[in-house]
Design a protein around this ligand. Sequence first.
Ligand SMILES: Cc1cc2nc3c(=O)[nH]c(=O)nc-3n(C[C@H](O)[C@H](O)[C@H](O)COP(=O)(O)O)c2cc1C
Length: 140
Amino acid sequence: MAELIHEQVDADVAKIVPVEAYPLAYRDAADQARAEQADDARPEFTLDVNPEDYDVIFVGYPIWYYHLPMIMQSFFDAYDFSGKTIIPFNNHAGSRDGGTYKDIAGLEPGAEVLDGIAIAGENAEDAGNSVRDWLTGLSY
Ligand SMILES: Cc1cc2nc3c(=O)[nH]c(=O)nc-3n(C[C@H](O)[C@H](O)[C@H](O)COP(=O)(O)O)c2cc1C
């Protein structure tokens, strides 16, 4: 989805990388994600840009157990986006945005959080038209 957005928006792209990599095996990764949520953990990440240097930040993530992955909580804890515009986009397997756009607005009360786009993971590669229409609706 980030690549699809990048095709239409003149933007830098950077990846939120967990310091401790998630296990490749689905069950192990799912167990870790669930434990992080239960513990209200803030997993560490690296990011090779400072998103506070930008006025508009597209932020993408999957839904994990109906919520933002905890590493996204770490991301929003790490930066103050007051006065900036956040445009969320996410993958899911049925939960759509899971209320996460409102959650982000709560985490970043000084930011304007626009209506994002939620694409089912299985449709993500074919989501070009949906993403383009959404961006056009946002005047991109
Ligand atoms: C640990 C874990 C928990 C997940 N929980 C949810 C969920 O609560 N709701 C949902 O719609 N999708 C959930 N998913 C599916 C992810 O959102 C999905 O894997 C992601 O959007 C990427 O899509 P893909 O796996 O088809 O590439 C979960 C995935 C993982 C790994």
